[in-house]
Design a protein around this ligand. Sequence first.
Ligand SMILES: *Cc1c(COP(=O)(O)O)cnc(C)c1O
Ligand code: SF4
Length: 344
Amino acid sequence: MITRSPALLQRHDEAEPLALPPAWQAQLAGAIRDPAELCRRLGLDPAWRPGAEAGHGLFEVRVPEAFLARMRPGDPTDPLLRQVLPLGEELLPTPGYVADPLEEAAHTPAKGLIHKYRGRVLLITSPACAVNCRYCFRRHFPYAENAPSRAQWESSLDHLRRDPTIVEAILSGGDPLAASDRQLAWLVERLAAIPHLRRLRIHTRLPVMIPDRIDAALLDWLGSTRLQKVVVLHINHAQEIDDAVIDACARLRAAGVTLLNQSVLLRGVNDSVDALAALSERLFEAGVLPYYLHVLDPVAGAAHFDVPDEEARELVAGLREVLPGFLMPRLVREIPGEGSKTPL
Ligand SMILES: *Cc1c(COP(=O)(O)O)cnc(C)c1O
Ligand code: SF4
């Protein structure tokens, strides 16, 4: 239930009806942004504070309450916490780990648009994320320069209109679902008007971070578009999937969405056959099929998450012995200049 402040109620009674901001936006705005608070809330030993503050200086902390609630208090090795807690290690320069490991800067024909693969175009739809993942390959991405404006949308849309080989628009980010439903409805309506476009794909972590994001306003524009719909979630550990996430997935499926998941293989998070098998099983309980298991992109500040290729292959071989084929993610790497993700 939403509680309204008296001030809001008063304004609501005036001539212009004032729409309340949706519940998810308040949760987004209320995410933890202070490394000391993150440590305190989880009851971590004060020894973790200096590293958290130092890493935060490079890439700020952001953790929504709904995600925090799924972590084990007092456990610095918690697989969810490890994805979001800054560590002093992030400051160690590591050879081969760079700011733009995928060389995306070279593939932006219009600002906010990345066209690297045939048939598919990626639109940076929102610069914001619901969570800041420490291993993110876009942790150094100049989002401020790529924050979309209407004029920018128009030039991205023109690029899509002019190229009939493009059949799929991928909304990415940041997190595209951090944009408002009004903006998203505007964009998707224009995409659907491009005759050669068949599919709308959304790469998002929001249904996992803030399951309330999948509300009536979102289901309205998403459920009504003529485009075929795919939502690729990003979940790295079974513990991320609680009942609220399962319910959000059910709402998306009821709107005609095919649900897939991509994960990143991360040291200390999911680098065991047991963890990966439990993730696939849990995803299927939520009606989600595993899609990709990415090896870490060599982004500066994330080297401590790396799992060497040889070990990654062994893990996947072990996984194949315990899972049915349809629950096997494809182990891939992104190599700049290649026309697709590269299977390992
Ligand atoms: C990963 C990616 C895609 C989508 O690739 P699929 O193999 O179709 O999932 C599209 N464009 C860019 C720039 C990408 O990085
Ligand atoms: S949600 Fe995705 S884009 Fe955002 S920080 Fe995490 S990995 Fe990066």
